[in-house]
Design a protein around this ligand. Sequence first.
Ligand code: GLU
Length: 363
Amino acid sequence: MPKRKKRIVIKVGSNVLAQNNGGLDVKSIEQLTRQIAALNKQGIEIILISSGAVAAGRSLINLPKKTDMISQRQLFAAVGQIKLINIYAEQFAQQGCLSAQVLVTKEDFRDREHYINMKNCITVLLQNNVLPILNENDVISVTELMFTDNDELAGLVSSMVDADKLIILSNVKGIYNGSPGKPSSEVIPVIEYGDTSFENFISSEKSNFGRGGMLTKCSIANKVASLGIPVQIANGRDENILTDILEGKTVGTLFTPKKNISSIKKWVAHSEGFVKGIVYIDEGAEKALRSNKPNSLLPVGVTKIEGSFKKGDIIKITGTSGKQLGVGRAEYNSEKATELMHKKNEKALVHYDYLFLNDHQLI
Ligand code: GLU
């Protein structure tokens, strides 16, 4: 089999793409498309997740004051996305690169079937040397079922395509070892997997234009690193940022990855939004799951079951402290699980291969 090409997911935040007054910063987009096209020509597959639709739309349309927040977002996104994608398409074309727009909602990742459809879509684009540009379909994603932000979408896509790296570009240089405004604070170059000492410095402030902030970025970076993918957070406005990162220069903050995890576990890890039931387990079961051995969740350790789920549904696993331990795919429905609760020598409720445990949670 031919060796798979290097595959990088790049997420660009609204603050990299928008000017302070709200319009799109074409120069900044130009800078990024030039670098991405160059990497593409070197044989690196790039999947671009780009925000900026709402910011672009805001500068194009004057709204009557009465328009409610949801309608505003829909209007801005509908007007802005076409503008944004046109600039990308034109600039990539000038660099000899064919690009495509893929607009997604959280629903598109709902179950394994939807997930595989989405994966096939990205794969066929890459196989045909087309550069996918993804954004959330903000026009219809308006309910609680939308992504927290595009960082979440980028994390999901990275694990879906088995990316070799996720690069998150925003308008900050990385994670600082103090308040970013203080002259004594410096960017932490590397955060080893499992090291949480940097957390005290993360501000919960949101950016000007986008929905995300450093807290969600770090949380996603941690999760993606726990799935075996390195993540780099860097300043997207630095002129040669992408080439610098791929040449291995010390820029931004790199989250080093945990050991490799199977793609099925990656899907389970990102299915939390579709939980159909909660399973409470006792101390013994918690210990078994947390041990270094590949243990499945057995009914003997289950103390309570909430919700109604079918075989194949995603269920949340909660420990004695009430904290979520992880998620998994149910091997049988909630009725059978209730029947087998506390019983020894029964078939696993969640098989190890379909079990994802949170190592550490920031939010
Ligand atoms: N999808 C939104 C946009 O294109 C941005 C969401 C986010 O800030 O992450 O404007």
